[in-house]
Design a protein around this ligand. Structure first.
Ligand SMILES: C/C=C/C(=O)SCCNC(=O)CCNC(=O)[C@H](O)C(C)(C)COP(=O)(O)OP(=O)(O)OC[C@H]1O[C@@H](n2cnc3c(N)ncnc32)[C@H](O)[C@@H]1OP(=O)(O)O
Length: 654
């Protein structure tokens, strides 16, 4: 194997601060040997202790597969840079965010690291190309931008410098995947990379509006959080990250600074760290906006400028729309990606808005990106048109889904994975719509059974997506029970494969399934009451029909979690199974469902579901009609013939 393709086994992390020790920790958890280096012994020791503390916490929460001491033992510490990198297959520099400092480090690394080592910087804002220029091997240098804190944040931007080869970037990408994290390619060395480029206008556009008395701080924050579902308001976020950070980024980029931002920096009101910023944390209560404050805020203006930034990135081949959306969801916690949101708004609406703003204000930032104009001129105006930044399936078949994965195998098993692991597979409107679309667009005759599961190892689903939840206008919320009804009425047996949290709407989805199997580590509950709500996806009704009155009410009224054992004991689930036996038990159930007689299973499901709400006489009548009908099917002939011949039946559903 040529040196440049050597397997990565040893990773040197240079810098033991917050990012450095976090990167070292996630790297050691993934099984790599790590050397953590900083310039002073105290700093390295502090970093190592942080790792030990964090590993203990993960172990306490059951989120570590190994003994924390064994993981920590894979981290060696040193203050000697040469010793740290001399055996490293990958060096990740996480030092101070100053170009000259990073260039000095890279020069020393270049002299001491083996040929073929990947040299990465965790810089969040500096040019990868300029850092790489300090080495004789800029082709092996790349950016691996982890987000803070690395142990919690899934996203890593994999950034090309001008000389970075595809092979270097690909090795970096695969390394990040091996950590169990989500990499996105940033194919050009642009300032702010992807996430910070798109996040820029989220924070600066409202600041321009406030500076021009076109909005208030509380109004902007309330609108973006309560009306648009962002996890934090732009000013609240500015206070958290430090107003000076955004200020300096803009100054260095030679971009104009909104007056309100400049004023805060001049007065040293930098946010939470100085106890005063856009909000007052000393004499006031910090961000205390309420939904009513949002009224009249022009959020289209903010989202249009963000979409324009995203269009520049796609048009300039910096990142795909998919990568941008992944980046904004995982890196900034945005409810969906900026490109997807723009497609939903309509790219023609966005273009029109930008042109109007450009006419009114004349500022460069409103000048529509060429790519946006091209899309609109080509008629690719977004979701409704079937194509915008993304392509949408407007036909009858299953679409191109983003929050679920699915697979239909040759046996007719439809496996549906709820795929929002960074949000504990919380059920957003999009996810619910995608499940409904999938089940209604697949050819039922090809499906024999359906299994639902959650992506990742933490949750089946932790409920409805709470972001911006409390203030959603019920009239704007799509029918909350549609997904549950669609699943409950699906004419094939359905099974929920539960490993982890199964809460709120997640439990409602599981209860809409016919069968539920869970690992013993799973937890169940309806926490809605703690939010001032009640289970609104059929939970109250299914629970009261399934459990005793007292148990159903205990679940709904107290909002407490119950263990899988108790759930099985109560009859809420079919089995609670040890993790190491779980796959086997699920397979046994599934094998019975996919090989069973489809018509009889469909009829049995229907008469049991519908008969449960009828009188016994009406239920018995439904049952006997179904029984008579089944006697006329080929499947009965096959079943009885197979019994007589002592062989397995092969039901065709005819
Ligand atoms: C009609 C139906 C109504 C409903 O269903 S209402 C919702 C009912 N569900 C809940 O109230 C559960 C909310 N979630 C939790 O209580 C906790 O989570 C857990 C106990 C499940 C896990 O706690 P921990 O291990 O400490 O993880 P973490 O840091 O809280 O969660 C990881 C990330 O997942 C996000 N998340 C969790 N649940 C939801 C949700 N239901 N909606 C949206 N996001 C959710 C968090 O915020 C966080 O995200 P970040 O890493 O960005 O901080």
């Amino acid at each position: 194997m040529p040196a440049e393709q050597a397997e990565i086994a040893t990773v040197a992390v240079l810098g033991a601060g917050t990012m450095g020790h976090g990167i070292a920790e996630v790297t050691a958890i993934a099984g790599y040997d790590v050397v953590l280096r900083d310039i002073e012994a105290d700093i390295v020791e502090d970093g190592y202790e942080e790792i030990e503390w964090s590993l203990e916490k993960l172990a306490e929460k059951g989120r570590l597969d190994e003994d924390p001491d064994d993981v920590a033992a894979r981290v060696a510490t040193t203050t000697d840079l040469e010793a740290a990198v001399s055996d490293a297959d990958l060096v990740i520099e996480a030092g101070p965010e100053q170009l000259s400092v990073k260039q000095d480090i890279f020069e020393s690394v270049d002299a001491a690291a083996p040929d073929g080592a990947l040299l990465a910087t965790n810089s969040s804002s500096l040019s990868i190309t300029e850092i790489a220029a300090a080495t004789e091997r800029p082709d092996s240098v790349l950016g691996l931008h982890f987000f803070n804190p690395p142990v919690k944040m899934d996203l890593v931007e994999v950034i090309y410098g001008e000389a970075t080869t595809d092979e270097t970037a690909q090795r970096g990408y695969e390394f990040i995947e091996s950590l169990g994290k989500t990499p996105i390619y940033v194919r050009k060395d642009v300032r702010g990379f992807v996430v910070n480029s798109v996040l820029g206008p989220f924070m600066s556009e409202p600041a321009w509006m406030v500076s021009a008395d076109e909005a208030t701080i509380r109004q902007a924050d309330a609108a973006m959080v309560h009306e648009r579902g962002y996890p934090m308001g732009p000013f609240e976020l500015g206070d958290l990250t430090g107003i000076d950070i955004g200020y300096h980024v803009r100054m260095e980029a030679g971009r104009p600074v909104p007056p309100i931002m400049a004023e805060k920096v001049e007065n040293e009101n930098l946010g939470r760290k100085t106890r005063k910023g856009y909000y007052d944390y000393e004499d006031g209560d910090g961000p205390e906006y309420v939904p009513e404050d949002a009224e009249g805020f022009d959020h289209l203006r903010v989202e249009a400028v963000m979409a324009n930034e995203a269009a520049k990135l796609v048009g300039d081949d910096v990142a795909t729309a998919e990568a941008i959306d992944t980046g904004m969801r995982l890196g900034a916690g945005f409810p969906e990606g900026t490109c997807r949101r723009a497609d939903d708004i309509g790219l023609n609406t966005i273009l029109e808005k930008l042109r109007k703003l450009h006419d009114e204000h004349g500022d460069d930032r409103y000048e529509p990106a060429d790519y946006l104009v091209e899309l609109v001129e080509a008629g690719h105006t977004g979701t409704e048109a079937g194509r915008g930044f993304h392509e949408y399936d407007t036909g009858d078949g299953p679409g191109d889904y983003h929050t679920i994965n699915w697979e239909l195998d040759d046996d007719g098993l439809l496996a549906v994975e709820l795929d929002r692991p960074s949000r504990m597979n919380a059920i957003s409107e999009t996810l619910a719509d995608e499940v409904v679309d999938l089940l209604s667009s697949l050819d039922e005759d090809k499906v024999r059974a359906v299994v639902f599961e959650g992506a990742g190892d933490r949750a089946f689903s932790a409920g409805a997506d709470i972001s911006g939840f409390a203030d959603r206008d019920p009239a704007q919320t799509s029918e909350p029970t549609e997904v549950f009804t669609t699943v409950a009425e699906y004419p094939r047996p359905t099974l929920a494969r539960i490993d982890g949290y199964c809460l709120g709407a997640g439990l409602e989805l599981a209860l809409a399934c016919d069968l539920r199997l869970a690992t013993t580590d799973s937890e169940f509950g309806f926490p809605e009451i703690t939010l001032g709500l009640l289970p609104g996806g059929g939970g109250t009704q299914r629970a009261i029909r399934m459990l005793t009155d007292a148990r159903a009410k205990e679940l709904v009224f107290r909002g407490e979690h119950i263990s899988a054992e108790r759930a099985a004991d109560w009859g809420l689930i079919n089995r609670a199974v040890d993790a190491d036996e779980f796959d086997g038990v699920v397979e046994e159930f599934v094998a019975d469902l996919v090989s069973g007689p489809p018509i009889a299973l469909r009829k049995a499901k229907r008469v049991m579901n519908e008969g449960a709400d009828e009188s016994l006489d009406a239920g018995l009548e439904m049952e006997s009609q179904a029984f008579a009908l089944l006697l006329t099917t080929d499947d009965v002939a096959e079943g009885t013939a197979a019994f007589a011949a002592d062989r397995e039946p092969e039901f065709e559903g005819e």
